[in-house]
Design a protein around this ligand. Structure first.
Ligand code: ADP
Length: 657
């Protein structure tokens, strides 16, 4: 099927042709056959890199009115926004700022790219543009199964569809075990395909020998195993370590002109592997030394943190690490340099696989397990498939190769789980009590529901309800309502005998509009009251309050640091709203004190470089905490006004941030 035969204005045909898109890929053609250009609901469950974005673009440009592209991952939103903004004559806007209010400015645009949280927040704040939509496209719809984010996605979609039954829904999913359930939920035609633009073979490496699923094998020379292991601090004989096998697989691909992605379990491992690969002169072998040096200089200009320095040192020789502790500016340089084929390898945590479009000749998955609490757990098949799916660049690589590094003992398990195994089914997480409280409060505060029965009506259109029936939520909803009443966010207004109506209290209403969790609002309100009664509440006081909420990220507290933070908390007890014998979870509270201390030093003039060095956090962690704190302080100001309490330190902290 040719693009020019589609019902598209000539300028779009020319636009796509400029990008090398003239003939539709088979799953795209199937989506057109299913009516994606004719207002029909379509779910496309196809592998990574098989052209899902075009399916969404076709739906949105042929829709009879404004469109919304829901992007559950912030990291992806900008890339998608740029794709829409480049469409001729299309006025696109992006709304990803974590949790800010209405976005009325978005009215009048042709396509809005937003996270599900942003859309949820807009609905709660009564934004009218959401009712004018003709089409909504949802990317990564399988994230429906993710904690927190999943329930927000399904409730938001259900609400949009309830308010606008004519709305066209196009949902894009990775390959999962139950795409037909998602299609049924959305009353959509299902396009399911295993087709990929570049062939992919997946194999397991034991030592230097790789056996692929198509029966082919490859052998790479692993340098003296004994030396490698001794350097890594392991045993000094025996089979080569996973790191050495990984290095050999990377060097082998680079020598054939291909780039690599190497996935490991943690940030520390990503840095360690990159620094190990830095010995292998990869840029020289790829022939891109000067471009790699330029990328290194760009990273060095971002800031003077040790993380930035280490990244620049790696880049200079053609390798990078990539994880959530990097600043957005660091990550952008790495991704760009990799796409431009200036560097040979990125060592990454699994976040890269879901987030960013960085195809490579060979993907090496060194670690297939990660810590979950105290034990190591196998990664979900879906996640490993997303990593493997990054292998093979259309038009550039003859094929893509994904290699799982294992040993004799794990070989069979790796084959069964990840080479031959099917990805998991998507399951709703809506019954999680914390998520349910949030969405129950929102249903009441927006006036969509005034009784438990009406709350169930709101949830009627969720994926959960489609699978299990909304009635299955009745008990959990009743518990959530009781919790919200006990927390002072909802009240029961009695009418006649035994009839009552649920309404949000002023605090509940503010919490919903500010888009904070019920528990966050509760903690801020009690913290503000305590602070108001203190002789001299400081900025540290208010940071302690907002950092001690579930909406602030945890900050890791190492053993060595624990005693120091404990001393700090004691010395500053007079400025904290929590007495030291008060917290149920003392460790968690100490972590909050650490975050509060970092933020307080930040507004006191400490530099990123200093804070990263003294608190051993990633520079990107500081950025994300500052951003969260800004939002939580603005919520605290709104809550202070709602309850009529004055704590000037809130505004002071906020303006200095
Ligand atoms: P996905 O979202 O499925 O991971 P993308 O939509 O990012 O994949 O597409 C991957 C790449 O394939 C993009 O660079 C895109 O421009 C290209 N592409 C998509 N459809 C076609 C097509 N029909 N012909 C040629 N290239 C295409």
């Amino acid at each position: 099927m040719r693009v020019r035969d589609l019902p598209l204005p000539e300028q779009f045909v020319a636009h796509f042709a400029d990008r090398g898109i003239r003939e539709l890929y088979p799953p795209q053609a199937a989506a057109v056959d299913a009516g994606v250009c004719a207002g029909e609901n379509v779910v496309a469950a196809v592998p990574t890199a098989s052209g899902k974005t075009l399916i969404a673009e076709l739906a949105l440009v042929t829709a009879d009115g404004p469109g919304l592209y829901v992007c559950p991952l912030r990291a992806l939103a900008r890339e998608k926004y740029e794709a829409f903004a480049a469409l001729p004559g299309v006025d696109a806007a992006i709304a990803t700022g974590d949790f800010d209010a209405t976005g009325e400015a978005l009215a009048g645009t042709d396509v809005v790219v937003a996270t599900s949280e942003k859309v949820d927040s807009a609905i709660r704040n009564g934004a009218s543009w959401v009712d004018d939509l003709a089409c909504v496209a949802v990317d990564e719809v399988h994230l429906l199964g993710a904690e927190r984010r999943g329930p927000t996605l399904e409730v938001t979609l259900a609400t949009l569809r309830r308010r606008n039954p004519e709305l066209q829904v196009v949902a894009l999913s990775a390959t999962v075990d139950n795409p037909e359930a998602i299609a049924e939920w959305l009353d959509a035609a299902l396009v399911e395909s295993e087709w990929r633009p570049v062939d992919l073979r997946t194999g397991v490496a034991v030592g230097g020998n790789v056996t692929f699923d198509d029966g082919t094998t490859t052998a790479v020379a692993v340098p003296n195993a004994a030396v490698g292991e001794a350097e890594a601090g392991g045993a000094d004989d025996g089979p080569p370590g996973d790191t050495e096998v990984t290095a050999a697989l990377v060097a082998d691909a680079v020598d054939q002109g291909g780039q690599c992605l190497a996935f490991v379990r943690s940030r520390t491992e990503a840095v360690a592997l990159a620094e190990r690969l830095a010995d292998d002169r990869l840029a020289e072998r790829l022939g891109t030394e000067s471009a790699a040096t330029a990328a290194a200089d760009e990273v060095a200009d971002v800031d003077g943190t040790a993380t930035g320095q280490r990244l620049a040192d790696c880049l200079r020789v053609g390798v990078a690490f990539h994880h959530a502790g990097l600043r957005a500016g660091h990550r952008a340089v790495v991704e760009e340099a990799f796409r431009a084929r200036e560097i040979a390898c990125i060592c990454a945590t699994p976040t890269l696989a879901a987030g960013v479009n960085v195809p490579a000749r060979r993907v090496v998955v060194r670690d297939q397990k990660r810590y979950a609490g105290s034990a190591m757990e196998w990664l979900p098949t879906l996640e490993v498939h997303q990593m493997c799916g990054r292998a093979g660049r259309p038009g550039l690589d003859p094929y893509g190769e994904a290699v799982l590094v294992g040993d004799e003992d794990t070989r069979a398990e790796l084959v069964a789980r990840y080479v031959e195994g099917e990805p998991e089914a998507v399951e709703s997480k809506l019954t999680d009590p914390a998520s349910l409280r949030t969405h129950v409060l929102s249903a009441i505060a927006t006036g969509f529901a005034e009784s438990e029965a009406e709350i169930l009506d709101v949830f009627e259109g969720t994926f959960y309800a489609r699978e299990a029936g909304a009635g299955g939520l009745a008990d959990a909803v009743a518990v959530a309502v009781d919790d919200l009443v006990a927390a002072g966010l909802v009240r029961r207004e009695t009418g006649g005998v035994e009839t009552y109506r649920l309404a949000a209290t002023p605090v509940g209403s503010t919490a919903s509009k500010q888009y904070v969790r019920p528990e966050t609002a509760e903690r801020i309100v009690s913290g503000l009251r305590t602070a108001a009664g203190m002789r001299n509440p400081t900025t540290l006081t208010v940071f302690e309050v907002v950092c001690d909420t579930p909406d602030m990220q945890d900050t890791y507290l190492g053993n060595a640091e624990r005693a120091e933070i404990y001393r700090f908390a004691r010395a500053n007890a007079g400025a904290l709203t929590t007495a030291m014998d008060e917290p149920d979870d003392f460790e968690e509270w100490l972590e909050s004190v650490k975050t509060a201390r970092i933020l307080d030093e930040w507004i006191g003039g400490a530099t990123v470089e200093e804070l990263v060095a003294s608190y051993r956090i990633g520079p990107g962690d500081l950025d994300s905490r500052v951003e969260r704190a800004e939002w939580l302080l603005s919520a605290a100001e709104a809550l202070a006004e709602t309850i009529g309490v004055r704590v000037p330190a809130v505004a002071r902290a906020r303006s200095r941030l």
